[in-house]
Structure formats: structure tokens, C-alpha cells
Design a protein around this ligand. Structure first.
Ligand code: ZN
Length: 303
């Protein structure tokens, strides 16, 4: 029999949110069995708690946002991924603002903290979600296909396809969660330079920095543009460089880091089922909408 877990003691990670740019503190605290993952907005007059469940998904543009009524918490996916990957069943997440810090754009720092404080075993059995049947969600217009098949264990095969040769077609896979910390957690989010400029102009990535994403440069970068980017990101112009199609001094950790990051995101979003799941997932061109729609569909079937 497997038992539920929580973290041994509280820890806090702080920093700006990617989209709002608001500097917040996220404090994770031990929680009793059967709590699940519960977010608490502590900066409001009255504390509001938002269970990290698919039916509380409010928005999936450039990240996963949960809400209850008017109260939101954005960009929860990398923290959720770490909690899933590290087998944390129950935890309270107190956050003093509308967004979870983006940190380095991966789940690495969450995993480090969870490893440092360690897990406490609770006296209640861990209940896995199992599927009575195959579940599929697709958006044929954008080539997205999400398949979940009943199984006795957990496995994800992920494939992404981009027209740009810098990424192209990539795959990443995980069987069980034993390799999560080593193979997936450190993989950073990625974006194309033209998207960065668009998001910046729309004021949608106020907390964006050249160090918390792999920025793929899919066209030659002129001196004028380097200067503009340096200004935008408040950097020295000399630091704006391109190495192997990636902006700045960030080196990818893995050749297929983008596919691995999509897998990281999926692990976070699918944890919105409210418990670990035994199933085989085959996901093609996933994103936060597809991930959370699949979770909702599974929830409806097992309800
Ligand atoms: Zn992500």
C-alpha cells in the first residue's frame, strides 16, 4: 500500500510573475491527508482558497490560471508539475499576489526545495485515478491530439511540431516519475523572439527576462534590434547575442528541451485531476488548453 504525503516543513520561493510582473512570495505548507493541493490568496481582505482542480481553470493563454469568482492565481503549472513529479499529494500554497513566481522558467527550484525539506508520510492511503475507458481530446485545426488510455502505471509520450527548423519535430517521454527530477524538472519554457516582442508590446510578459526562457531567434538579428531588445530587457547591448539560434547566454540543457518542457507543463496541468493517475498518455502538440480540457474530460468520465 502507498501512503499519501505532504512536505516536512514550509518553504517559500519568491520572485516576479511572468505575466503580471508582480513580485510575490509563494509559501508551501504541510497539509493533512485528502487536502490535495490548495492555493490561498493571502493578500486580500478575506483569505480565499482555490483548490488546484480542473474545474477551477479560468484561463489557459500563456499559462494556466485558476480562479474562484474574481480571485485568481496565474502560472501555477511549473509548481504543480514539481508537486506531481515529486509525489506531493497534499500542500497549502499561500501566495500574496495574483501569480506564482516564474523563477527560471522551469520546475527546478521547486524540486530543489521539496527535496531539501523532504516528504512526510501521512496515515492515509494514496488513491490513484484510473480510467474506465480511453479518453481523447483533439483540435484538428491546430493538430492537437491528446489520448489517455487505461493502464496500471503512468507514462507520457509527447510530440511537438514547429515549422521553424530551430525546434522542428521533437519527442520526449517519461515512464513513471523516477526520472522526473533529473530529466524533466530543469527544462525551461521557450518562446520565439517574434512572440516575445508581441507579448511585450501587449504588456503580457511584464516579468519576462532573458534568463527565464529559451528565446529562439528565427530571423537574423540586426544591430538596431539588439539595441531595442537591450532597452526592453534593461540589459547591456553586448549581452544580446545569439548562440545556435538561442538568444543570450542560455545554453539548452537538452537538444529536445522544448519537448521536455511541454511534458513538464503537461505533468503540472494533469495534476489538476486532484490525484495521481494511472494511464498512458500520448500527446501531440499539447498546450495548457489541451492539457486542462483533457483533465476536465477525464473528470467528467470518472465522476
Ligand atoms: Zn511551461
Amino acid at each position: 500500500m502507498e501512503y499519501q504525503t505532504t512536505i516536512n516543513k514550509p518553504f517559500t520561493l519568491s520572485g516576479p510573475g511572468l505575466h503580471t510582473g508582480k513580485y510575490t512570495h509563494a509559501t508551501l505548507k504541510p497539509a493533512p491527508a485528502d487536502t490535495g493541493i490548495v492555493l490561498l490568496r493571502t493578500d486580500l481582505e478575506k483569505m480565499v482558497s482555490i483548490p488546484a482542480r480542473a474545474d477551477n481553470v479560468h484561463d489557459t493563454n500563456h499559462g494556466t490560471t485558476l480562479a474562484i469568482g474574481e480571485v485568481m492565481v496565474s502560472t501555477i503549472e511549473h509548481m504543480m508539475s514539481a508537486l506531481h513529479g515529486m509525489h506531493v499529494d497534499n500542500v497549502f500554497v499561500e501566495v500574496d499576489g495574483p501569480e506564482i513566481p516564474i523563477l527560471d522558467g522551469s520546475a527546478r527550484l521547486w524540486v530543489n526545495q521539496i527535496t531539501e525539506v523532504g516528504l512526510a508520510t501521512l496515515e492515509k492511503e494514496r488513491k490513484y485515478i484510473t480510467l474506465p475507458q480511453r479518453v481523447e481530446w483533439q483540435d484538428s485545426k491546430s493538430g492537437i491530439l491528446m489520448i489517455a488510455e487505461p493502464a496500471d502505471d503512468f507514462k507520457v509520450d509527447c510530440k511537438i511540431e514547429f515549422e521553424s527548423e530551430l525546434i522542428g519535430s521533437q519527442t520526449a517521454a517519461i515512464e513513471g516519475l523516477d526520472n522526473y527530477a533529473k530529466e524533466i524538472a530543469s527544462c525551461r519554457t521557450f518562446v520565439f523572439l517574434h512572440e516575445v516582442e508581441m507579448l511585450l508590446s501587449l504588456n503580457l510578459i511584464k516579468g519576462g527576462d532573458l534568463d527565464n526562457a529559451l528565446v529562439f531567434v528565427d530571423k537574423p538579428l540586426g544591430e538596431d534590434e539588439k539595441e531595442r531588445l537591450a532597452k526592453l530587457f534593461d540589459k547591456k547591448k553586448e549581452t544580446i547575442q545569439v548562440h545556435n539560434g538561442v538568444l543570450n547566454t542560455i545554453e539548452p540543457y537538452f537538444a529536445n528541451e522544448p519537448a521536455r518542457h511541454k511534458l513538464l507543463d503537461f505533468l503540472g496541468d494533469i495534476y489538476l485531476l486532484g490525484a495521481p493517475v494511472k494511464a498512458h498518455f500520448t500527446i501531440k502538440c499539447p498546450g495548457h488548453r489541451a492539457n486542462t480540457e483533457l483533465a476536465k474530460k477525464i473528470n467528467n468520465i470518472i465522476a
